[in-house]
Design a protein around this ligand. Structure first.
Ligand code: CUA
Length: 336
């Protein structure tokens, strides 16, 4: 088939438009964009990505350029050079050139791999243990005697060493802006380190398909100045707040309805280990593994029918009355 230059250029133009449309979905301002790195691990990973990307662009443009030139130059089948068999100089060249490109890619990649694999020696400020569950994240600070869920508070500018394991299936822990993605595997321990360059809330999520609510398994990393972190830790260590009035009725319902079998609220009878520790749940920004804001309305919606909000959730629909829901909401919101 003869292809005219105009037809060929039209095909190229169509391809460019298509690529443009696809790339329009990319934006650096997305809350989970790795390109807008906020920590050294994410920064190193972004740099190695760009390095490999431009190496690939170089190869693409070189090979594609020669190919396009050949198509255009010989499109009419005229003037094609005589075919030859074997050319030692060319063969050496096209063996060496890819080897050089691979070396250019491999060296920075391996250096980055080593650097992100373990935290800088002697710089770990906080140790965190994360236990993944279907479908939420248990967050423990063994040295600080804190247990919380779905929110990882860290001091800004300090190295945080996170060790992870799973209670059930394989999950994956990922905070794109801070960097790294690490599988969380039952019976094994994996680790990752994080450091946030500036205060803020960073969005994380499970990145390994782990069942029906995999997409609902989110979490937040909240980085704040050391003094604020210390104050937060101090408050988290204390027992649950004393409550009165409607909240106190909620506390009684928490026992009567059996919530205590799955949840812990330190300083009360509730010592269950199946669901998240709720000792200070009122102080969290979200509930249900980052699915809902921690507002009275959203909390009520969750209590009325958990599996409706998070399909497959272990927390059952207790068929609570409106009054019971309000009392429980008052109680849980009071647990700052
Ligand atoms: Cu946990 Cu996907």
């Amino acid at each position: 088939m003869r292809v005219s230059l105009a037809q060929f250029l039209a095909a190229v133009a169509a391809l460019v438009v298509l690529i443009g449309l696809v790339l329009a979905a990319c934006t650096p301002s997305h809350p989970q964009s790795t390109f807008d790195a906020s920590g050294p691990v994410a920064g190193m990973e972004r740099n190695v990505f760009y390095w490999i990307f431009w190496a690939a662009v170089f190869v693409f443009v070189t090979v594609g350029g020669v190919l396009v030139y050949t198509f255009v130059r010989f499109r009419n089948g005229e003037g094609i050079p005589r075919q030859v068999h074997g050319n030692r100089r060319l063969e050496i060249a096209w063996t060496l050139a890819p080897a050089v490109v691979l070396a250019v890619v491999a060296v920075p990649m391996l250096l980055t791999l080593f650097r992100v694999s373990s935290p800088p020696a002697g710089e770990v400020a906080v140790n965190v243990k994360v236990v993944a569950h279907q479908w939420w994240w248990e967050v423990q600070y063994p040295d600080l005697d804190i247990v919380t869920a779905n929110e990882l508070h860290i001091p800004v500018g300090r190295v945080v060493d996170v060790t992870l394991t799973s209670n059930d299936v394989i999950h994956s822990f990922w905070v794109p802006k801070l960097g790294g993605k690490i599988d969380v595997i039952p019976t094994r321990t994996t680790s990752i380190w994080l450091k946030a360059d500036k205060s803020g809330t960073y969005f994380g999520q499970c990145a390994e398909f782990c069942g029906i609510s995999h997409g609902n398994m989110r979490f937040r990393v909240i980085a704040k100045p050391q003094a604020e972190f210390d104050a937060w830790a101090e408050a988290q260590r204390g027992p649950a707040a004393q409550v009165t009035g409607e909240a106190e009725r909620g506390a009684q319902l928490f026992v009567a309805k059996g919530c205590l079998a799955c949840h812990t609220i330190r300083g009360t009878l509730a010592m269950g280990k199946i669901g998240p520790d709720l000792t200070h749940v009122g102080g969290r920004t979200t509930i249900a593994a980052g699915l809902l804001d921690n507002t009275p309305e959203d909390l009520a919606r969750w209590l009325r029918d958990p599996p409706e909000v998070k399909p497959g959730a272990n927390m059952p629909n207790l068929k609570l009355s409106g009054e019971e829901v309000s009392a429980l909401v008052a109680y849980l919101q009071a647990l700052k």
